[in-house]
Design a protein around this ligand. Structure first.
Ligand SMILES: NC(=O)C1=CN([C@@H]2O[C@H](COP(=O)(O)OP(=O)(O)OC[C@H]3O[C@@H](n4cnc5c(N)ncnc54)[C@H](O)[C@@H]3O)[C@@H](O)[C@H]2O)C=CC1
Ligand SMILES: CC(C)=CCC[C@@H](C)[C@H]1CC[C@H]2C3=C(CC[C@]12C)[C@@]1(C)CCC(=O)C[C@@H]1CC3
Length: 382
């Protein structure tokens, strides 16, 4: 028979050993070496983590999974959207280093999942939170002795509004990002990957999901249903054949935890970016139709030329900018959404498969079914 030690019991064992064998710096070098090896081992295997942005859609799914896997979780967010036994909430702005330092005490692993919503399109806010804020997060992690940082980046960092088919991570960052959100996600990812420093003991990795959907998602399904309820979901932009990645939230959570657990000084994933998708590109309009029909709405049927819709969206966007001091209106079909709806954008996750053994845990059909079932209040006629 064999004895199994969990990482937590190893950490306890380490504290015990340290107490009974106090190490003096010069007298017992061999012991010091043993103890420091144990210390590093215990730190690497520690299950104390913090989720920045843990009140959000992805963050909350991540927190729930981490708890199920035996992690001790602290959430840091500007708002508290739920309560869960075993989770400590720290309400604060990630640009505030002191507030972060309090939340990061004793934490060895940080998941950074916070960002303003892409729809806000607020340049100053994106710059403050995604760029300056991430800089502050990295400083706080270094000061608090955090060993691993896992960033939720986005596959969109390489998307410029033109087709991407089976895009790999070595594609260059978008030179003309489609919006401020993407522009600042690029800078954020660069900052986090550059901070990876084995000598200083901080390891970082960036996970790039694409089109996350699932229960409690505040944007994809709600925006889609709102558009359908206003009678604007009759048209297909382009010929409807463009393939896109939509990623069920559980698969993103799986990729995030897998990357955290693979992040070690000798691992090939240090300082790198990884696409995490469902690995099942789907026609954008088939995916939208499955969700709409599942919720009792009609699927879009009439095709409109891509360039016409894009041109109109651009015009409306410019008008909204010009008129914003007089009337506040937000067009549903922004140029960014038209590009996302009418172009191919799907990504290869073979690097994640190879370096960390990633494989989606929920298939697309199953993910769509679970998502539709989770929105009874958005059903047609509800
Ligand atoms: N939803 C999607 O399709 C995709 C999302 N992502 C990324 O995934 C991450 C999570 O996104 P979602 O969960 O969808 O968004 P979300 O809006 O549901 O969650 C973001 C969370 O960040 C928090 N937050 C915002 N500003 C903050 C600040 N200054 N200080 C502390 N907390 C702050 C919000 O309160 C919110 O709880 C983001 O980094 C996003 O860029 C990447 C690819 C696709
Ligand atoms: C045509 C229409 C009204 C579609 C409604 C659905 C859209 C709201 C989504 C379709 C693709 C989605 C998407 C994102 C947000 C929601 C959609 C535009 C992101 C921009 C979210 C943040 C990212 O990092 C990239 C995503 C790409 C896909």
């Amino acid at each position: 028979s064999s004895v199994r030690l969990s990482p937590n019991s190893l950490a306890t064992l380490f504290r015990f050993l340290k107490e009974i064998f106090p190490v003096s710096s010069s007298s017992n070098r061999r012991n010091a070496f043993r103890i420091s090896s144990l210390e590093s081992f215990s730190a690497w295997s520690s299950k104390r983590c913090a989720v920045i942005g843990g009140s959000g859609f992805l963050g909350r799914h991540l927190v729930e999974k981490l708890l199920g896997k035996g992690y001790t979780v602290s959430v840091f967010d500007i708002r508290q959207s739920y309560e869960l036994p075993g989770v400590t909430f720290h309400q604060g702005d990630l640009c505030d280093k002191q507030a972060l330092l309090t939340a990061l005490q004793g934490v060895s692993l940080v998941f950074h999942c916070a960002s303003p919503a892409p729809a806000s399109d607020d340049k100053a806010l994106f710059q403050r939170v995604n760029i300056q804020g991430t800089h502050t997060v990295l400083q706080a992690c270094t000061e608090a002795g955090v060993q691993k940082v896992v960033l939720t980046s986005s596959a969109s960092v390489v998307f410029e509004g033109t087709d991407i088919k089976d895009g790999r991570e070595d594609l260059p960052y978008a030179k003309k990002p489609i919006d401020y959100y993407t522009e600042t996600k690029i800078e954020q990812e660069k900052l986090v990957l550059k901070a990876c420093d084995k000598e200083k003991g901080l390891l970082t990795v960036a996970i790039r999901p694409h089109g996350i959907f699932g229960p409690r998602d505040p944007q994809l399904v709600p925006i889609l249903v709102d558009t359908a309820r206003r009678g604007n979901m009759k048209f297909i932009i382009g010929d409807g054949s463009n393939l896109v990645d939509f990623t069920f939230v559980d698969n993103v959570v799986h990729g995030l935890i897998l990357s955290a657990e693979s992040l070690r000084p000798e691992s090939p994933i240090c300082g790198k970016a990884y696409h995490i998708t469902n690995d099942e590109p789907v026609r954008f309009w088939d995916f939208m139709s499955d969700i709409l029909v599942g919720l009792g709405y009609a699927a879009p049927r009439y095709n409109l030329p891509y360039t016409l819709v894009y041109g109109l969206a651009l015009l409306l966007w410019l008008l909204s900018l010009l008129l914003c001091p007089l009337v506040a209106f937000k067009p549903t079909f922004t140029p960014m959404r038209v590009a996302l709806a009418g172009k191919h954008h799907f990504y290869s996750c073979s690097r994640a498969k190879q370096d960390m053994g990633y494989k989606p845990v929920v298939g697309l059909k199953d993910g769509i079914r679970r998502t539709v079932e989770s929105y009874p209040h958005l059903r047609h006629g509800a």
